[in-house]
Design a protein around this ligand. Structure first.
Ligand code: SF4
Length: 304
C-alpha cells in the first residue's frame, strides 16, 4: 500500500457540508458479510477482486449508506473538514505522443506550443507559496526538451527553496531509472492516469506506439519506488458512451464479472427485445457535434 499522505497546508478551514451524514440508527439485519468485508478492507487498506465484486453488487439502501458512512469516517480521519488545493504549473504543452483525444497531441498543428523557463516556474512557486500553496505539481506533455537532468534540476530547485512543500510530477511514461532519479531529487508524488483497464479500449484511444502494458508497468514502478501515486480512469470516450450495449459474464482471475459489450443496434434489439431508438440516438449525436463546434467557435471569438 502507499504510505500515509503527508500533511498538506490547510488552505481553508471551511466546513465541508457535503460530507455531513445524517445520523440514523443502522438497521440490525444488515448483511453481516458486507459489514465484515468493509472492516477487512479498512484494516488491510487493500481489496481483493471477490470483495470488490461483492461491494459493487450491493443494491440495498441501508448497506450503501453504511459504506458511505465508513468512507466518510476514513476521509475525515485523514483530511478533516478541509479543502485541500495544489498549485498546478503547466510548464510545457509539447508532447511526443499522439493520444487521439488530446488537444496537445503531436499531430495537432493548431495548438499554440509553449515551454516555461526555470525562472518562470520558480516565479509561479513564489506566488503560490505566498498564497498558501504547499504542493506544487509540475505537469506537461512528454517533451524531450525536458531531459531527466532538467527535471531533476527543477525539482531540487523547488525543494531547496520550499523544503516544506511537496513536489508532484505529471510528465507521463518514463523508464524506472528516470522515475528513481526524480524521486532522489525530491519528487514525492506522481500523477499518471491509467485511463482504462481494457486493452482494446486503450488501443482505441492511443496509437500503436503506446500500450496499456507499459502504462501499468509505469504505475507499478512508481509505487515500488515509493511515490504517492495518483491515477484514475477516463470517462466519456465514444467507446464508452456507445448507446447499444449488452452484458456478458466474463471470468477475471477466476471471479465472474458482468462486462458490458458494445453491439450494433440490430444485435441490441435481438438480444434485449428493446427498441434501439436509432433516430433519437442520431439526433443526440448531431446535437452533441453542434455543441462542440459552437463552443469552439465561441472560444475563437472570445480569444479575439
Ligand atoms: S501523453 Fe498526455 S499530453 Fe501527450 S498526447 Fe497523450 S494525453 Fe496528451
Amino acid at each position: 500500500m502507499e504510505s500515509e499522505p503527508k500533511p498538506f497546508t490547510q488552505i481553508s478551514q471551511e466546513k465541508n457540508k457535503h460530507t455531513k451524514i445524517e445520523e440514523k440508527p443502522i438497521k440490525t439485519n444488515m448483511n453481516e458479510e458486507i459489514k465484515s468485508t468493509i472492516n477487512k478492507v479498512k484494516q488491510s487498506r487493500n481489496i481483493s477482486l471477490e470483495q470488490l465484486k461483492l461491494l459493487l453488487e450491493i443494491n440495498d439502501d441501508e448497506d450503501v449508506r453504511f459504506i458511505r458512512e465508513e468512507a466518510v469516517k476514513v476521509c475525515q480521519k485523514t483530511y478533516g473538514n478541509q479543502v485541500l488545493i495544489r498549485g498546478l504549473i503547466e510548464f510545457t504543452n509539447f508532447c511526443k505522443n499522439d493520444c487521439y483525444y488530446c488537444g496537445i497531441r503531436r499531430s495537432n498543428s493548431q495548438a499554440d506550443r509553449y515551454r516555461l523557463t526555470k525562472e518562470q516556474m520558480l516565479d509561479c512557486c513564489a506566488s503560490g507559496y505566498e498564497l498558501g500553496f504547499r504542493t506544487f505539481v509540475l505537469q506537461g506533455g512528454e517533451d524531450g526538451y525536458f531531459t531527466d537532468d532538467k527535471i531533476c534540476d527543477l525539482v531540487s530547485a523547488i525543494k531547496e527553496k520550499y523544503p516544506d512543500c511537496a513536489v508532484t510530477l505529471s510528465i507521463g511514461e518514463k523508464s524506472k531509472e528516470s522515475y528513481q532519479t526524480y524521486f532522489n531529487a525530491g519528487a514525492e508524488r506522481y500523477l499518471l492516469r491509467h485511463e482504462t483497464a481494457e486493452p482494446e479500449h486503450y488501443q482505441k484511444l492511443h496509437p500503436d506506439s503506446m500500450s496499456l502494458e507499459n502504462r501499468k508497468r509505469c504505475l507499478f514502478d512508481l509505487k515500488e519506488i515509493g511515490y504517492q501515486v495518483g491515477s484514475g480512469f477516463m470517462v466519456g470516450s465514444l467507446n464508452k458512451i456507445w448507446p447499444w450495449k449488452i452484458t456478458d459474464t466474463e471470468l477475471i482471475n477466476g471471479v465472474p464479472f458482468d462486462i458490458e459489450k458494445n453491439v450494433l443496434p440490430g444485435t441490441f434489439e435481438q438480444a434485449t427485445g428493446s427498441d434501439p431508438l436509432i433516430w433519437q440516438a442520431i439526433l443526440m449525436c448531431i446535437i452533441g457535434i453542434l455543441l462542440i463546434w459552437g463552443v469552439e467557435k465561441l472560444a475563437v471569438v472570445l480569444k479575439k
